[in-house]
Design a protein around this ligand. Structure first.
Ligand code: AMP
Length: 470
């Protein structure tokens, strides 16, 4: 087995690796580090959990340790699709460069421009950014990309999903032709192939086997569920979720609950809280400080349930997650793999359960084709003891003045389903406006709080364009 010490890394980097407790490189590291150190372009086909971050961070630190930063001209650039991933990459740099003097700046939404501007003015070795925010800085004339010697594109397939490819192409064109490019993607969609053919020069291609999706350490199951009535399905589904959690009891030390849409992330989180579960939401519309607080809480164990969208949870590395619940069957089979890979990390045991309603059966079949196995069916835990009937869902038109109603102090009451059925599905681009003005609905004690209460009038969940059109 190859050792890190055989990879020509800077001795100070080796020391930091040792202190981090890593003994030998993972396959993607073993494949990517040598060509990266030789200055070659690298195309890494690997997903999160394979150690790909260190696969580019370690050689970058080694290469950058040799020179000096110049004002406003970062020497290297790492592009990430989400703020969380960017922050995680920054943490990796901190861990592995602790014995090397390197400066870095993080350009992500939700963090003030001022401080990052100051760092960039002074000169940084590493600039870690989301594409939109980077271009904002560039357009404000605060940044020159002509000094970039190494450029990393991380999770390119997710960039594609999020519509960042034009930004990435623009950023490529702003960096020198002679730069070295390290490009990572979990899959090679035709559009990704096109970009790599255009911007990478004779790359060394490393493909690592998909993370064990059917790993023995992850117990998977799915509940086939049909609501008693279409307009009750969503609230009954939340009831099933609670029953699944309860049935696991103490085995479920913590869990990530995935929903397909941001609106549902908010609704499920709020519903769980109301029923006394320690839950908080995370998705792209929440402000950065709230997302950071939620994630920190989940990481340090003070928050038990993280209700998440795919984009927000992508690449998140929380080592000990006992359970993953798929409240919805993901629309893209690949996402199932990413989701369940949040549990059972580092050889631990993990459990994952999914709720499948009839209209999602096709997506379930796609997933089973991808993971090449049948996901065991489990009984609906409520079947033997039918749930107490939930009250009639609130009809959209019945909510005359939601703002006024919401001010009424509430005592805990049974859940009402918002008019979810009327929300048009937007599976890929999650809703933009779903959480607007609702952050005050959270409180630490799980008490009822002032705000929209349990109502989510459906117009709130519509994007601005849809509201205008409607
Ligand atoms: P990533 O795929 O970059 O998100 O990394 C997944 C996890 O693997 C992180 O928790 C890393 O800290 C960990 N890791 C990275 N490199 C190694 C290694 N060589 N040995 C063991 N764990 C590693």
């Amino acid at each position: 087995m190859t050792k890190f010490s055989e990879l020509n890394l800077n001795p100070k980097v080796l020391k930091a690796i040792e202190e981090a407790g890593y003994e030998s490189p993972t396959p993607i590291q073993e494949g990517a580090i040598p060509p990266a150190l030789e200055g070659k372009d690298v195309l890494g086909i690997a997903q999160t959990g394979t150690g790909k971050t260190a696969g580019f961070v370690l050689p970058m630190i080694t290469l950058l340790a040799r020179g000096r930063a110049r004002a406003r001209m970062p020497r290297s650039l790492v592009l990430c699709p989400t703020r969380e991933l960017a922050a995680q990459v920054a943490e990796n740099f901190d861990t592995y460069s602790k014995h090397v003097k390197l400066t870095k700046a993080l350009l992500i939404g939700g963090v003030s421009f001022g401080e990052q501007d100051k760092l960039i003015d002074k000169g940084v070795d590493v600039l870690i950014a989301t594409p939109g925010r980077l271009l904002d800085h560039f357009e404000r004339g605060k940044l020159l990309l002509t000094g970039v010697q190494i450029m990393v594109v991380d999770e390119a397939d997710r960039m594609l999903d999020m519509g960042f490819i034009p930004d990435i192409e623009r950023i490529f064109s702003l960096t020198p032709f002679t730069r070295q490019t390290l490009f990572f993607s979990a899959t090679m969609a035709p559009e990704i192939e096109r970009i790599t053919n255009t911007f990478l020069s004779a790359p060394t291609r490393i493909e690592v086997a998909r993370q064990a999706t059917t790993g023995e350490n992850i117990t998977q199951s799915v509940v086939m569920f049909k609501g008693s009535r279409k307009d009750r399905e969503a609230s009954e589904k939340r009831n099933v979720l609670r029953a699944l959690i309860d049935a696991e009891g103490e085995k479920c030390t913590n869990a990530i609950i995935f929903c397909n849409r941001k609106t549902d992330v908010d609704i499920v989180s709020k519903s769980l809280k109301k029923y006394g579960y320690d839950a908080a939401p995370i998705h792209g519309d929440l402000d950065q400080s709230q997302r950071t607080r939620t994630l920190d809480g989940f990481r340090d164990g003070s928050l038990r349930f993280l209700v998440a969208s795919d984009v927000a949870a992508r690449g998140l590395d929380v080592p000990a997650v006992s359970h993953v619940f798929n409240f919805d069957v993901p629309g893209h089979a690949e996402d199932y793999v990413h989701r369940i890979g949040r549990t059972g990390r580092a050889g631990r045991d993990g459990t994952t359960m999914m709720i499948c309603v009839p209209r999602d059966e096709k997506n379930l079949a796609d997933i089973e084709r991808l993971v090449q196995r049948e996901i065991p069916r489990r009984d609906n835990p409520l079947k033997s003891a039918p749930p107490k009937a939930e009250p009639e869902p609130v009809k959209e038109e019945a909510v005359a003045k939601p703002e006024r109603r919401s001010r009424t102090p509430k005592k805990p009451e049974p859940e009402r389903a918002p008019a979810e059925a009327s929300i048009k599905e937007k599976p890929k681009n999650e809703y933009r406006s779903s959480s607007r003005g609702r952050s005050s609905n959270r409180d630490s004690g799980g008490n009822k709080v002032v705000g929209m209460g349990d109502h989510l009038p459906s117009f709130i969940a519509l994007s601005f364009e849809e509201r205008r059109a409607g």
